[in-house]
Ligand binder design. Structure first.
Ligand code: CTP
Length: 413
């Protein structure tokens, strides 16, 4: 299996209370060795078999054991875990735990986190053979797996810890890891390629001074990471944005608009989606002095001659126009007034499929804040308003871009 599917992926391991709980340790170790990030949540019964400290050492993070413990809620509580995880693995999934998950109970840390989690859940049952064969357990498993996001791995057949033999053994660690890999590689963007521009650009007037803007690349990186979580292969052409989450992304670092243009034009024709989220500097000094510019006389105004930088997005759109198979083109519009009018003019002028309009003068949107409030406009006239953290907005944007409402947008390709 391609182990890069785990690189930087966020897997929550939920441990139920059974003798097989010790195998969760090996599962956590193997996932981490494959470069996944792992956080563990345990039922009270699980803690009778394995200590939270063991799993804390193996996962590298405190283990969630209480749904409403003040200390863990302040740190990383059940809702934070549900938001963080891309995949939950329940191992071992005991008969009792399966029943409680099916019933929608939220009476311990595991079920509370699972109830808040909308993503894929891998269930690895382990129990006595009679308990597994019991029609109640079978009905619970059937009801859960009727929903596509619940998958089953195992149980394996063999000699059980209690001396019985038959189905009921926890699946081997390799089988659980392989099933995780499959689920992680199965997003709506599996096999697709996405190109994103993010961050500001710098346009130097001499070796030590430049024109730029306060972009931190957050929205672009949120779009890139959300695409990767859906299985896409993502390349980010990134201006100087400081520390960003590069896990699982191919990042091409650039500094100037011209470098961003070259990096984008080299790639755009071969991708499925191009998302231009960079805040490209619109002007650059007409000349770049080879040495540090000296100040003129203090009493006189000094001028700086500027020229326009290339419009990376417009050039990319031009470059792929007429291709038999061209990428879906998505731009952002940073506006401070007449937001929708200006954004829809940009959508048409640059030949885009969709534009995400952003009032950068609002306190909860725009540069260097974690939240955003946007309106998506498509060429077909669809309009959608979204708000939340940039990560949430990015998730909803991909839901939209991949959903039925955006079908006409994708059909233009
Ligand atoms: N963009 C780009 N290259 C530029 C300018 C903008 O690729 N030189 C892209 C941005 O990444 C964004 C979209 O074009 O996706 C719109 O950017 P924005 O700054 O809102 O608009 P501009 O085209 O620069 O127009 P204006 O500054 O006049 O509002």
């Amino acid at each position: 299996m391609d182990s890069s599917v785990f690189d930087g992926r966020r897997v929550a391991v939920a441990v139920g209370g059974g003798i097989a709980a010790y195998k969760a340790c090996e599962l956590v170790r193997t996932l981490r060795r494959a470069s996944a990030e792992v956080r563990v949540v345990m039922t009270p019964a699980a803690q009778a078999f394995v200590t939270p400290l063991t799993l804390q050492s193996l996962s590298g993070h405190p283990v969630l054991t209480e749904p409403f413990d003040a200390a863990s809620e302040a740190g990383f509580g059940h809702l934070a875990l549900a938001r963080w995880a891309e995949l939950f693995v329940v191992a071992p999934a005991t008969a009792d735990l399966l029943a409680r998950i099916r019933a929608g109970l939220a009476n311990d840390a595991v079920t509370t986190a699972l109830l808040a989690f909308p993503g894929p859940v891998l269930l690895a049952p382990a129990m006595n053979v009679a308990m597994w064969n019991n029609p109640l357990t079978q009905a619970n498993v059937a009801a859960l797996t009727a929903e596509a996001r619940y998958r089953l791995v195992g149980p394996a057949t063999g000699l059980l810890a209690d001396g019985d033999s038959g189905p009921g053994r926890l699946a081997e660690v390799e089988a659980m890891v392989a099933a995780c890999g499959e689920l992680l590689g199965q997003g709506a963007l599996a096999g697709r390629t996405v190109l994103v521009t993010a961050g500001p650009t710098r346009e130097f007037l001499d070796p030590v001074r430049f024109l730029s803007n306060p972009s931190t690349g957050k929205m672009g990186l949120a779009m890139a990471q959300a695409a990767r979580r859906r299985g896409a292969k993502v390349t980010v052409v990134l201006g100087p944005a400081g520390e960003v989450d590069r896990r699982g992304l191919e990042v091409q670092d650039v500094v100037t608009a011209e470098q961003m243009r070259e990096a984008v034009l080299a790639r755009v024709a071969s991708v499925d989606f191009f998302v231009a989220a960079a805040a490209v500097s619109d002007w650059r000094p007409k000349e770049r002095a080879p040495q540090k510019r000296k100040k003129g006389s203090a009493s006189e105004a000094e001028s700086l001659l500027l020229e326009r930088t290339p419009d990376v997005l417009a050039e990319a759109a031009e470059a792929v126009r007429g291709l038999a198979r061209r990428p879906v083109l998505v731009g952002f519009a940073a506006e401070t007034e007449a937001v929708l009018e200006n954004a829809s003019a940009k959508l048409l002028r640059k030949g885009l499929d969709a534009i995400i309009a952003n009032d950068v003068s609002a306190p909860d949107a725009g540069f260097a804040v974690d939240t955003n409030r946007v309106t998506v406009l498509t060429r077909g006239g669809t309009r959608l308003e979204l708000s939340g953290t940039k990560v949430e907005v990015a998730e909803r944007l991909w839901d939209f871009l991949l959903g039925p409402q955006a079908e006409p947008v994708r059909a233009r390709r």
